[in-house]
Design a protein around this ligand. Structure first.
Ligand SMILES: O=C(O)C[C@H]1C=CC(=O)O1
Length: 93
């Protein structure tokens, strides 16, 4: 099942710089592990925003929720999920 996920990051401006560096490193490692596992096949920065558009390829809504809620930055994100269906005009379908 494919989902488009938009993540907007809102780190507290007064976050301790070391804590910021540490949480961003954990976020990157977590994200890259899921990308290598094929669960997170696309991630794109939205130009001019601390936000991304991603595509997740998972088996269920529950799996997606578990992966998203496991993001180290989850407490600092607004997340919007859009379920994707096959388009009837897609020449690859
Ligand atoms: O920077 C972001 O968009 C937030 C988050 C998503 C993956 C990652 O490494 O950081």
């Amino acid at each position: 099942m494919l989902f488009q996920v938009r993540m907007d990051v809102h780190l507290p401006p007064d976050l301790d710089p070391e804590a910021r560096t540490e949480i961003l490193a954990r976020e990157k490692a977590y994200s890259q592990e899921l990308q290598r596992a094929g669960k997170w096949p696309h991630i794109w920065r939205i130009v001019g925003e601390y936000a991304n558009i991603s595509i997740f390829d998972v088996d269920s809504n529950d799996e997606l929720h578990a992966l998203l809620s496991g993001l180290p930055l989850f407490p600092y994100m607004d997340i919007h999920v859009t379920p994707l269906a096959t388009h009837p005009s897609d020449v690859k379908a």
